[in-house]
Design a protein around this ligand. Structure first.
Ligand SMILES: *Cc1c(COP(=O)(O)O)cnc(C)c1O
Length: 353
């Protein structure tokens, strides 16, 4: 069959995002969004940015936002790169730092976009199997690679990696870039941002989508030494100079400034996570210890795919990956206490307790 698509497009294997259903109102625990609203200061800032300035292009270098991020993390603005969601930051990173001749390494069970980007860039990645308990086999990431990408905590398992393990990987990969994707770091992990000035090969990627309740405005950023950031800007400006719009810039600035608000929300999510973990264990689930805003759970008697569909029928959406090693697990985003009550209620019915 002929197609108007070129060879490149025909070979792509795109990411499939968790659904954003429109048919009815679900308890939505499938895409790790924050159940709490953004800071009121963020909403005000975005409203105020709705003005006649919208006829002008936004700042292509995001100076105000980079300055605020730099202050927050005690870095220089030249050590900050801003992108349209951390997905875009990750895509630019793959284009900037990795190449086909030297395989970039990432885990078999991890954020599935990495494989998509590797394919987009025609890379031949080195897939490293997680240990049986889903911990990261640190030593396997220390042999010759053309780069490393690890989320800390990992998704969809929720397991965090100690800073010593990341240091070991950084030391063993001095000539390649090691990307640490800290999308969920604020829910209980230990950030490696303080290592940036010590390691020229470290790039930390962050997002406002989870911790900052701003998945809807699409802002993510990377932190690293100036040379890495300059590389990202070179690729970005070969693609689209205005990736962050004026409303997103206004909202993101306010979000970085109101960290106190977000810390409180994250604390609530952590408390709910621990309570939910115990309740699921009481229902016969085994739950991987999580340092993020979701849990990864498997039931001893009932298959995860069966539970996933039954939950959906009851109006509760979770994420199920039909994938080797994890096809008997569900990834459940931590919502409000009331939402978790509905989840447990539905599970009680499904498991016939
Ligand atoms: C959600 C997520 C992202 C993407 O975040 P956006 O900023 O919304 O694009 C990146 N990495 C991991 C591990 C995630 O779970």
């Amino acid at each position: 069959m002929s197609s108007y698509w070129n060879q490149f497009a025909q070979k792509l294997d795109p990411y499939v995002p968790g659904e954003q259903p429109k048919d009815k109102k679900y308890v939505k625990l499938n895409t790790n969004e924050n159940p709490y609203p953004p800071s009121p200061k963020v909403l005000t800032a975005i409203s105020e940015a709705v003005n006649d300035q919208l006829r002008l292009y936004p700042d292509p270098t995001c100076d105000a936002l980079r300055q605020k991020i730099a202050n927050h993390f005690e870095l220089d603005p030249d050590q900050v790169f801003v992108g349209n969601g951390s997905d875009e930051v990750l895509a630019f990173s793959f284009m900037t730092f990795f190449e086909a001749e030297k395989p970039v390494a990432f885990a078999d069970i991890t954020y599935s976009f990495y494989k998509v980007y590797a394919n987009l860039c025609s890379l031949n990645p080195k897939i490293i199997a997680l240990n049986d308990d889903f911990t990261i086999p640190t030593d396997a990431f220390c042999s010759a690679n053309g780069g490393v990408v690890i989320p800390n905590p990992n998704a969809p398992t929720g397991r965090g990696l100690p800073i010593e393990a990341i240091k070991k990987i950084l030391n063993a990969n001095k000539d390649q870039v090691v990307i640490v994707d800290e999308a969920y770091i604020d829910f209980g992990g230990t950030s490696v941002v303080p290592l940036i000035n010590e390691y020229p090969n470290l790039l930390v990627v962050r997002t406002l989508s989870k911790y900052s309740s701003l998945a809807g405005i699409r802002v993510g950023f990377a932190l690293g030494q100036k040379d890495l950031i300059r590389g990202l800007n070179t690729v970005k400006n070969s693609f689209n100079s205005y990736t962050i719009d004026r409303l997103a810039l206004a909202g993101a600035c306010a979000a970085i400034e109101d960290d106190a608000y977000y810390r409180d929300q994250a604390q609530k999510i952590i408390v709910t996570r621990e309570k939910t973990t115990k309740r699921l264990q009481a229902l016969g689930f085994s739950v991987i210890p999580s340092q993020s805003n979701f849990i990864f759970a498997s039931h001893s008697d009932v298959n995860a795919e069966v539970i996933f569909h039954a939950l959906r029928d009851q109006g509760v959406l979770v994420r199920y990956f039909k994938q080797p090693r994890i096809d008997n697990y569900m990834r459940i985003t931590i919502g409000t206490d009331a939402e978790m009550d509905k989840l447990v209620e539905a599970l009680n019915e499904i498991l016939d307790n």
